[in-house]
Design a binder for this molecule. Structure first.
Ligand SMILES: Nc1nc2c(ncn2[C@@H]2O[C@H](COP(=O)(O)OP(=O)(O)O)[C@@H](O)[C@H]2O)c(=O)[nH]1
Ligand SMILES: *[C@@H]1O[C@H](CO)[C@@H](O)[C@H](O)[C@H]1NC(C)=O
Ligand SMILES: *[C@@H]1O[C@H](CO)[C@@H](O)[C@H](O)[C@H]1NC(C)=O
Ligand SMILES: *[C@@H]1O[C@H](CO)[C@@H](O)[C@H](O)[C@H]1NC(C)=O
Ligand SMILES: [Mg+2]
Length: 422
């Protein structure tokens, strides 16, 4: 009889197992995820009846015009928000940091990995105006589940241009300091705001991506993500996404709005027909949400907090945006005043994009000192293991300094789970 070669047979079996076991694990993993999902959704529905959310605490009811987090109750078929598609988008996280931010940066990365990225392994791209040191490279690479890459910002993107009058700048910074304006005399903060307004998207390392999500070292995520925000952007043709919206300090932007108005006059062709100018200029009270800010211009100071930002890089790379940035930059306002990247991005998105291209990510539990976005529905809170103080005054959902009601008023109430949205 033909003699079986035992060694060859064992090798053959080992090869089969090597290929088969990981495939099986992946399959088993997805199955248990689905089962968990279903289990928590069922459980959360029971919880809802046991502890009816807002009614129990009697807070924040007046401010909140609508929520689609509640819609989860109507749909517990386990297919929540396309969680299981696992299709990776053309996207990266982007973190700007100093070497001294390392400990915080590691915590922020761990937080986002635990709440979202361990399922997807999106790339992490880090930038610094000085070279990152060995320890920064090592520790951030250790905690990131995706590829990590590190860029040095060119000096032209992070310095006071030669045409800025240094005397005027110094005089103005002195006044800003006397008025106790935050970062009143910080040159590095001004460089940072101008870089984030006009240069981050030009970095070589970002050329190969369509979308990015900004992650600062001083932020944390407090709920499991119910979806991939990049996928939401892609599937719904969104180009700019935010979580928190507030009133800016008017003293940091005395001439910004006048500059914007000149831009609108001179480049009316660039302004989107279906823009969201109303969001920027509405100063009326909305229900019990009183208008909070005081400013001499039409601008109501509402802006998206850019420390969280998911956006289409191609928007920032567009001729429209570049023209807008150059126009603002040419006035020197980033240095003579202290224009933040938040009002700049917000005004640009509101004027240059179709308002349907902007999205509020209501289900993302997010913290940047001192504010949270903490989803208030018990069903959502429990099913996504949130760990934020839902009923505190620093939950933006309860806060009167939020511009969200103004956003809802001017951008409708089209939510992710509305029928036919996907
Ligand atoms: N590389 C570098 N990053 C900076 C510098 N200043 C601020 N950043 C980053 O810019 C972002 C915002 O800075 P932060 O101090 O948190 O400003 P705030 O949130 O407006 O108070 C964070 O990602 C910081 O790590 C700087 O001088 N160098
Ligand atoms: C810079 O501004 C100061 C006043 O702030 C002015 O006296 C000076 O002439 C300016 N310098 C230049 C080169 O324009
Ligand atoms: C990813 O985005 C970049 C920049 O827009 C683009 O050049 C590239 O083709 C995209 N890649 C894929 C796979 O879509
Ligand atoms: C809500 O806040 C009150 C006090 O303001 C506190 O006693 C209560 O424990 C809080 N409940 C939750 C669920 O955080
Ligand atoms: Mg910060």
């Amino acid at each position: 009889m033909h003699k079986v070669n035992v060694n060859a047979f064992l090798l053959f079996i080992s090869l089969i197992l090597l290929v088969w076991i990981p495939a099986f694990q992946e399959w088993y993993y997805v199955l248990t995820l689905r089962a968990n999902d279903l289990y928590f959704l069922r459980k959360s529905q029971l919880m809802k009846y046991k502890y009816a959310h807002n009614a129990k605490y009697n807070i924040g009811r007046h401010l909140k015009m609508a929520s689609h987090t509640f819609a989860i109750d109507n749909n517990i078929d386990g297919k929540s928000f396309g969680l299981n598609s696992f299709k990776k988008q053309n996207a990266t996280f982007v973190m700007l940091a100093r070497n001294s931010d390392l400990d915080d940066a590691v915590e922020a990365i761990k937080s986002l990995e635990a709440r979202f990225n361990y399922r997807y392994h999106y790339d992490w791209t880090f930038f610094n105006d000085l070279p990152f040191d060995e320890e920064f490279l090592r520790r951030t690479s250790e905690v990131a589940s995706g590829k990590t890459q590190y860029g040095l910002i060119p000096t032209e993107h992070w310095s006071v241009p030669s045409w800025i009058n240094k005397t005027t700048m110094a005089n103005n910074m002195e006044i800003f300091d006397e008025e106790d304006i935050l970062y009143g005399s910080s040159v590095s903060y001004r460089n940072m705001c101008r870089y984030n307004s006009g240069f981050f998207f030009r970095q070589e390392l970002l050329k190969d991506y369509d979308y990015y999500m900004r992650v600062d070292p001083d932020v944390r995520y407090h709920c499991d993500f119910p979806y991939d925000p990049f996928e939401i952007m892609k599937l719904n043709n969104k180009r700019y996404g935010f979580v928190i919206s507030l009133y800016e300090f008017g003293s940091t932007i005395p001439t910004l709005w006048a500059t914007v108005k000149r831009f609108i006059d001179q480049h009316s062709g660039l302004i989107n027909k279906n823009n969201m100018l109303g969001f920027l200029t509405d100063k009326s009270d909305i229900g019990k949400n009183k208008f909070q800010a005081h400013f001499h211009d039409e601008y109501n100071l509402c802006h998206f907090w850019t420390n969280f930002e998911v956006a289409d890089l191609n928007f920032f790379r567009s001729q429209e945006y570049l023209k807008f940035f150059d126009f603002l930059d040419s006035t020197g306002g980033f240095f003579y005043e202290r224009w933040g990247d938040a009002p700049v991005h917000t005004i640009a998105a509101s004027l240059l994009l179709d308002k349907d291209e902007i999205i509020h990510f209501e289900e993302i539990g997010y913290y940047h000192i001192p504010l949270y976005q903490c989803p208030k529905s018990n069903a959502f809170y429990t099913s996504h293991s949130c760990s934020c103080p839902r009923n505190g005054s620093y939950n933006i959902m309860n806060s009167e300094s939020s511009c969200l009601t103004r956003y809802w008023k001017h951008n409708g109430k089209t939510f992710i789970k509305d029928p036919g949205y996907f």
